[in-house]
Ligand binder design. Structure first.
Ligand SMILES: *[C@@H]1O[C@H](CO)[C@@H](O)[C@H](O)[C@H]1NC(C)=O
Ligand SMILES: *[C@@H]1O[C@H](CO)[C@@H](O)[C@H](O)[C@H]1NC(C)=O
Ligand SMILES: *[C@@H]1O[C@H](CO)[C@@H](O)[C@H](O)[C@H]1NC(C)=O
Length: 156
């Protein structure tokens, strides 16, 4: 009887325990330099602000290079005033690969912005970035933002 009870308790602990959280592997930190904001105004979806992306640099264990002067953040402040960047720009690695990057996600109460980050490239050496699920934490400076970026990993 006692061993059955122990078995049942162990089984319930297994079933009721939260699953192990996934890991995060560091990808890179990027410093994106910004141009002057363009205020589109209050439209049907909220207040649209366009911020040109004019350059920058990024560096990490497997990805380093420059941000090209191509792209912008078409960010939206919703009716609660929560601002969410909606950016598209270009990374160019030190060895010449062009990576299209898109980010979006909401401003947090601590003034960081939590970003969903997706990559697209045809370059064979960096093809793996197409299949990465990445998140970023953005901190704003004056005329630039710094984004630390991680890749989701599976834990056993
Ligand atoms: C980001 O880049 C800008 C422009 O080059 C520079 O002024 C700023 O100090 C950089 N910020 C950080 C945290 O590296
Ligand atoms: C956002 O706005 C909705 C509708 O006006 C409101 O119900 C909600 O509480 C607001 N949330 C925050 C975080 O302000
Ligand atoms: C966030 O930034 C705003 C505007 O710069 C500032 O007023 C506020 O104190 C900041 N909040 C935190 C938690 O740092």
């Amino acid at each position: 009887m006692r061993s059955l009870a122990i078995f049942v308790i162990a089984f319930l602990q297994l079933v009721l325990a939260d699953p192990a959280p996934p890991g995060l592997a560091y990808l890179y930190t990027v410093n994106v330099t910004l141009g002057d904001a363009i205020d589109v105004g209050l439209g049907p979806k909220g207040t649209r602000i366009v911020i040109p992306i004019t350059g920058g640099t990024f560096s990490g264990p497997k990805l380093s290079g420059n941000v090209l002067n191509v792209g912008a953040d078409w960010g939206l402040a919703d009716r609660n005033g929560t601002f969410s960047p909606d950016s598209r720009y270009q990374l160019q690695t030190d060895d010449g690969a062009n990576i299209f990057i898109q980010t979006n996600g909401p401003l947090q109460p601590d003034n960081t912005t939590h970003l969903r980050v997706t990559f697209e490239t045809g370059n064979a050496d960096y093809y793996w970035v197409n299949n990465v699920l990445a998140v970023g934490i953005l901190r704003s400076g004056t005329g630039y933002v710094v984004i630390d970026t991680w890749q989701l990993t599976t834990t056993a």
